[in-house]
Design a protein around this ligand. Sequence first.
Ligand code: NAP
Length: 308
Amino acid sequence: MGIIEHRRLIILGAGPAGLSAAIYAARAELKPLVITGMVLYGQVTLTNTIENYPGFPKGIGGIELGQLFEEQAKVFGTEFAYDEIQSVDLSARPFTLTTYSGSYTADALILAMGSRHKKLNVPGEEAFVGRGVSYCGTCDGWFTKDKNIHVVGGGDSALEEALFLTRFARSVTIIHRRDALRAGAILENRARNHPKIHFLFDSVVKEIRGQEVVEELIVENVKTGEVSQVPSQGVFVFIGHTPNTQTFIGQLELTPAGTIRIDEFMETSQKGVFAAGEIADSHFRQVITSAGMGAAAAISATHYLESL
Ligand code: NAP
């Protein structure tokens, strides 16, 4: 198994929740270790410009904000392991964690591993990832230059990304399964008034087809049952997220929404294990709410460790 290193507090995940927890825990002199996972800074990196994080009236790049969080956490002595968790054992104390390169024990944990995007689960989706199917406008927007593309979903993410993609694409058609959008009024107004954005309501994608790259979508109108072949040069899917709770199933209580159940102190069903950000929140999902949860989890973890 290799060397086992003991820490008072280990934070799992390096998005806004994990890094905010790290800033607070480091300032409480807990010398936290952040095990980053595969996606450094989390989903904040998928947003080109964040316009609603206080302190940045002109907006700030997602990656840039992540880097500033990391820098600030390091100023106060946070250590980082750029590694991924394989298993966590919460049945005995201290808790045991195994990563690809080693093992750790910890007196307290903050789980901030976020969530991952949902898939359509239709034929062709998997096969065309990277060849016209994408889940990230910031990452793949450039490839849509002068193309006629589609965005699936009717929430804030779908509209925000559709608006971003208009910078490159010739046209962006939003396919939504209902005839009313879920997104907020500001984004809805911007999208409805954008000359490059069109809507295909009451419609679902049944299949994604093409030779080398995406060429057409098979779309069904859910009201009439009519099925049509829609030419497409790219499809971006933004239909919500699934919290990354796999490692904790059977070890921690979950909510009906699939997030880790926490109390008002960010504590999970296991004493000494706290959770923050999208692994414990499927509702707000904002950088600032995740950061706030991270700070709160670190304060609670500090009190817990002091009580031991
Ligand atoms: P969301 O609000 O859950 O919206 C998901 C959308 O995908 C909904 O329109 C839903 O349709 C649709 N959908 C779900 N499953 C589907 C399926 N299998 N096939 C087709 N369509 C499907 O997710 P989100 O847009 O990622 O937003 C999540 C949270 O983050 C929200 O609270 C949102 O406000 C927040 N957010 C905010 C901002 C911002 O403030 N600028 C930006 C991004 C996200 P129905 O509407 O029919 O359910």
